[in-house]
Ligand binder design. Sequence first.
Ligand code: ZN
Length: 78
Amino acid sequence: MKKLDATQLLPCPFCGAAVEVGEEIERIGRNRHRIVIRCSACPAAMELVFSQASHSNLVSMHRDMMVEKWNRRAGATT
Ligand SMILES: [Zn+2]
């Protein structure tokens, strides 16, 4: 799995540990692109799988959306 830059991600909301983010391409049948945000210390994880993008900016768009969701905290005012 290719490692991505995790500096813009907040720590795990459950245990406070740093998170890792990676992406990989499955080549079983139709190519599928997988992006995973995963806590380094507990089982918390977020995963998104989609058909491999023909446009590379679709990948970064999905990734930006995941980062935004991961960083969202229920009850946060901002
Ligand atoms: Zn955690």
